[in-house]
Design a protein around this ligand. Structure first.
Ligand code: DX5
Ligand code: ZN
Length: 234
C-alpha cells in the first residue's frame, strides 16, 4: 500500500525472496507454488538494453499475480523506469525496484510507484557507490544491493558490496532511514551468513532455491541460516 511503513515486513525478517529467473519459464505457476512459505517472489524484468539479457515483462507479471498470494518483488533491470515502472505497481506488485543508474530522477520514479500503490525500491550495481543516494533513500521503501553484475543468475557472490549494506544498516539502526535492505546475486548456504551479518533484511536467491530438490525447504533453510547470523534481528 502506498505510504505504508516497511516495519511490518521487517517484523518477519529475515525475508527470503526466491528469484524465478532460475525457474522453468514454461511452468511459472507451478514454480511459484513450489516456493510456498517464501516472503516475497522476486521477478527479474530485463529489457536487453539496461542489461544484456531479455526475460519477461508486464503481461507475465499480470498473469503471475493471479496465481500467487506471495507479495511480488519486481526488479526492473530496464531503461526508462519513469515510463515503465508505475504499471507494475498498478498491476499489484508489492514492491517495484528500478536501477539508480537508469534514471536522472529516481525520486520522481519512486513517487510515481508509491502513488500507484506499491513500495518503491532503488537498486545499485556492484560498482555504484551508495553515498550519493543516501539522502534520497528517505523516499524509498527498499534498497536492493546487487552482489553480482545484473543480467544473469548463477554468478559468484561479490562480498565487497557488503560495505554498502553495512553503511545503510547503520543509518537504519540509528533511526535515520527505514528502508528494507535487500541483496541479490550469488546468495546461497555459503554466502548468506556474511550478508546477514552485514545487515541484510531480505535475501534474493535464484539458483540456490530452484536447483534444490525441495525449493520450499531451501527457502526455509536459508531463512534459518540468515536468522542465526543476523545481529540486527536478535
Ligand atoms: C540477476 C538477478 C538475480 C538473479 C539471482 O541479474 O537480478 O535476481 O536471479 O540469481 P542467483 O541467486 O542464481 O545469483
Ligand atoms: Zn533480481
Amino acid at each position: 500500500m502506498a505510504g505504508q511503513s516497511p516495519v511490518a515486513s521487517l517484523a518477519q525478517a529475515p525475508l527470503i525472496a526466491p528469484s524465478i529467473l532460475a525457474a522453468d519459464f514454461a511452468r511459472l505457476a507451478d514454480e511459484t507454488a513450489a516456493v510456498h512459505g517464501a516472503d516475497w517472489l522476486h521477478v527479474d524484468v530485463m529489457d536487453n538494453h539496461f542489461v544484456p539479457n531479455l526475460t519477461l515483462g508486464l503481461p507475465v507479471v499480470e498473469s503471475l499475480l493471479k496465481v500467487t498470494d506471495i507479495p511480488m518483488d519486481c526488479h526492473l533491470m530496464i531503461e526508462d523506469p519513469a515510463r515503465w515502472a508505475p504499471p507494475y505497481a498498478e498491476a499489484g506488485a508489492y514492491n517495484v525496484t528500478f536501477h539508480a543508474e537508469a534514471t536522472d530522477d529516481p525520486r520522481a520514479v519512486a513517487r510515481d510507484i508509491r502513488a500507484a500503490g506499491a513500495r518503491a525500491g532503488l537498486s545499485v550495481k556492484p560498482g555504484t557507490p551508495i553515498d550519493p543516494y543516501l539522502e534520497i533513500l528517505r523516499d524509498f521503501d527498499t534498497l536492493l544491493v546487487m552482489s553480482v553484475e545484473p543480467g544473469f543468475g548463477g554468478q559468484k557472490f561479490m562480498p565487497e558490496v557488503l560495505a554498502k549494506v553495512a553503511a545503510v544498516r547503520a543509518l537504519v539502526d540509528a533511526g535515520e532511514l527505514t528502508v528494507v535492505v535487500e541483496i541479490d546475486g550469488g546468495i546461497n548456504a555459503d554466502t548468506i551468513e556474511a550478508a546477514a551479518e552485514a545487515g541484510v533484511d531480505c535475501f534474493v536467491a535464484g539458483s540456490a532455491v530452484y536447483s534444490a530438490a525441495d525449493p520450499a525447504e531451501a527457502v526455509a533453510s536459508l531463512r534459518r541460516r540468515a536468522a542465526a547470523a543476523s545481529p540486527h534481528l536478535s
